[in-house]
Design a protein around this ligand. Structure first.
Ligand code: PLP
Length: 397
């Protein structure tokens, strides 16, 4: 048993800085083995803890942001204005124009952004990228989640919107299109998906009048995980699928999950056990909202840290391990009859819970939990549990 972990106040997340850095560095090494120029834009929405953003920044990542709040957050944490990748429909006009003026990578997503571009001073030239719509069922049916795996984002080539958007932008005398953005997250996260996207998009680029300096392939990759594609395999796939003529283009990737998932653990403690209806109901001080906010996981990478100062018997009934919230469905997992019977003080550690957990966590009943930094077996607080002061901030009553 890791006695230090036993002392942390629960529930809490634990960030392993070394793991995050290793992931970023390995992804970069893979990209640099194939492409002359590559940028890693860390996807802020996947985990926007300021400490994570700072580590990403300090290890050469840009911040990939998808709202004006994330844009401001990235600047607050200290990202250079040129090291922002600004995507999505939730750009404000002010931050959009500021980003374009300051040389950020800005991928146009909406018609209104094209209108905003007209307002830039005409005595200077500016560069933007544009997002292309990727319908997985059409581009890579092998990877589709059902027959209609369509996409809400980007301009569609087939409908003619993409061509119209390109023409509208190029008609503005001081704006150049220098990049294309083709993010899409297939359920399979397969290497083949990216190869098929590259083949599809290449023919659009080569048929058009676009002369691009970057191709932003987006995110959606697996992190380092047994049996899953490695960063190198993804990058080799990009390179193989890329037509000769486009191989000099700068590659941008926007990993979130792939770099941050494995860097976080979550720790909870058993606070009560009841018995009825032929089952033990184990209540913890954690919540499923914190480890599976979509409520779709069937299991977790979990580890039991049993309180070995106490005797553990084998359970003569199944045990239902549940969370702190008052939601009936806040149940994490079930343990079959015959497993060690959990008792108050036992702890459960969940691994690989850094992606889409902290950012999707609701302020329901229990406010944001502690986050600790783990460095060489020592722990320090990165974020203190929110209390009522943070919760009522900005309220008038
Ligand atoms: C969500 C998102 C990402 C990151 O996706 P991951 O699956 O976390 O890698 C990258 N780019 C854009 C545009 C996104 O919306």
């Amino acid at each position: 048993m890791d006695t230090t972990k036993q002392k942390l106040s629960t529930p809490c997340f634990i960030l392993d800085e070394e793991e995050l850095v290793r992931n970023i560095n390995e992804f970069r090494t893979a990209l640099e083995s194939r492409f002359k120029s590559a940028v890693i834009g860390y996807s802020v929405k996947t985990n926007s803890l300021p400490a994570v953003l700072q580590i990403a920044k300090d290890h050469g990542c840009y911040a990939e942001v998808v709202s004006y709040h994330e844009y401001s957050l990235a600047l607050r944490v200290g990202f250079d204005k040129r090291h922002i990748i600004y995507n999505g429909p939730l750009k404000s006009k002010e931050t959009f124009l500021q980003a374009v003026k300051n040389g950020a990578i800005v991928n146009v997503e909406c018609w209104r952004e094209i209108e905003w571009l007209r307002e830039l001073p005409h005595d200077q030239h500016y560069k933007v990228g544009i997002r292309l719509n990727i319908n997985i069922s059409k581009v890579s049916p092998e990877d589709a989640d059902g027959p209609d795996d369509d996409n809400r984002f980007g301009f569609s080539y087939e409908s003619g919107d993409f061509g119209r958007a390109v023409d509208d932008i190029l008609a503005i005398d001081n704006i150049k299109i220098v990049g294309i953005h083709t993010h899409r997250e297939p359920k399979t996260r397969s290497v083949g998906f990216y190869k098929r996207v590259i083949a599809y998009v290449s023919s659009i680029i080569l048929d058009s009048k676009l002369n691009l300096s970057y191709w932003d392939l987006g995110g959606g990759f697996f992190g380092i995980m047994p049996g899953k594609p490695t960063y190198q395999q993804y990058v080799d796939g990009f390179y193989e699928a890329m037509p000769e003529k486009l191989r000099n283009i700068a590659i941008v990737v926007e990993p979130g999950n792939a770099v941050v998932a494995s860097a976080f653990d979550y720790l909870m403690q058993v606070i009560d056990v009841k018995e009825h209806d032929g089952r033990y109901y184990v209540c913890t001080d954690g919540t499923r909202n914190d480890v599976d906010p979509f409520f779709h996981k069937s299991d977790y990478f979990k580890e039991f840290l049993l309180d070995d100062s106490k005797e553990h018997s084998l359970a003569d009934n199944p045990q239902i391990v549940s969370g702190l919230s008052c939601l009936e469905y806040d149940r994490l997992f079930e343990m079959p009859k015959g497993s060690p019977k959990l008792i108050c003080g036992d702890r459960i550690l969940f691994h690989r819970v850094g992606a889409y957990t902290m950012t999707l966590s609701p302020l329901f009943i229990h406010y944001f939990p502690n986050v600790y930094l783990q460095q060489e077996g020592r722990y320090s607080l990165l974020r203190e549990e929110w209390d009522v002061d943070q919760f009522i901030a900005n309220n008038r009553y």
